[in-house]
Unconditional design. Structure first.
Length: 295
């Protein structure tokens, strides 16, 4: 992130620790981690939330912090099992104005989810001849940024900046892409939190003309394999609630719906609700018989 889009805040006090992100672009305050005196922490969060740009506060909390936050008016919007080194993570939110709280698309998004759940899971088909799937590296950053800019006119993070992509790669984010003759057709990333051994499957994009190719199934499956190599088993993704296709991909890959973040971030041309999906990769790759485990 850049100072233009947001600002990291780390507070190491005698009685508590707080890691936060002032997200100017998406008009929210994100609390990434907290430990210690919960009353002082909530008081500090309240003070930070008084900044004029903050319309929504999101707190990622462990189980023991959930009840004190609920008692101060926060609402649970999603849960990611195993988020904190095997301990569950909860996304609790509070809103600063009615426009940010109200979601006019909620019932439509419920109908989309119903359709996703009714869809039969399909076996993965092979990529067509001439297509290549590979891990991206730093030299691919300009091409990736141009690709993302062509798919997303508006995005919650500055993915259209090659320097941002390079920074993400340097900080343990894995990008995998599908290309044809040097042209990117689809791409996604796994943003690894090495401290707590979880990863967010994010930056999922396919060229509009190529969205029936099943590329995202291949990309995410390969991202999962890379995560397992690093012993990261908590995989989650936050998908546009209005996107049948992306939610269907996650459902097809055996992710479980774990909640919806209301008016969460700007994407395409508006602020949107986002569905949270979770998968335990240790169970997925444990399905192989023991004698095949080394193969």
């Amino acid at each position: 992130m850049t100072e233009k889009t947001g600002k990291v805040i780390l507070l190491n006090k005698e009685t508590f620790y707080l890691s936060a992100y002032q997200d100017f672009y998406n008009k929210r305050l994100k609390i990434e981690d907290l430990r210690g005196n919960i009353d002082e922490i909530i008081q500090t969060i309240t003070q930070l939330g008084e900044q004029p740009h903050v319309e929504k506060i999101i707190v990622k909390a462990r189980n023991e912090s959930v009840e004190p936050l609920l008692e101060k008016g926060f609402l649970i919007e999603a849960k990611v099992p195993g988020y904190f080194l095997g301990g569950d993570g909860y996304f609790l939110c509070k809103y600063k104005n009615l426009d940010r709280y109200n979601s006019g698309k909620w019932c439509e998004e419920d109908e989309i989810l119903d359709g996703v759940w009714q869809k039969e899971k399909q076996e993965q088909i092979s990529l067509e001849k001439g297509l290549a799937l590979r891990m991206a590296d730093r030299k691919d950053a300009p091409m990736l940024s141009s690709f993302y800019q062509s798919v997303f006119p508006i995005y919650p993070v500055p993915i259209d900046d090659p320097n941002y992509i390079i920074k993400q790669m340097d900080e343990d984010t894995i990008f995998i892409l599908v290309e044809e003759n040097g042209r990117i057709l689809a791409a996604a990333s796994a943003e690894i939190n090495d401290e707590y051994k979880n990863a967010e499957i994010t930056d999922c994009a396919t060229l509009p003309s190529m969205r029936k190719g099943g590329f995202m199934n291949h990309i995410i499956s390969n991202l999962e394999k890379e995560l397992v190599k690093r012993q990261v088993y908590c995989s989650y993704s936050i998908a546009r609630a209005l996107s049948f296709g992306m939610n269907a991909v996650l459902h097809n890959l055996h992710y479980t719906y774990k909640g919806r973040l209301k008016n969460n971030c700007y994407i395409f041309d508006n602020i949107e609700d986002m569905n949270v999906w979770y998968k335990d990769l240790s169970l997925t790759f444990a399905e192989k018989p023991a004698h095949d485990a080394g193969n």
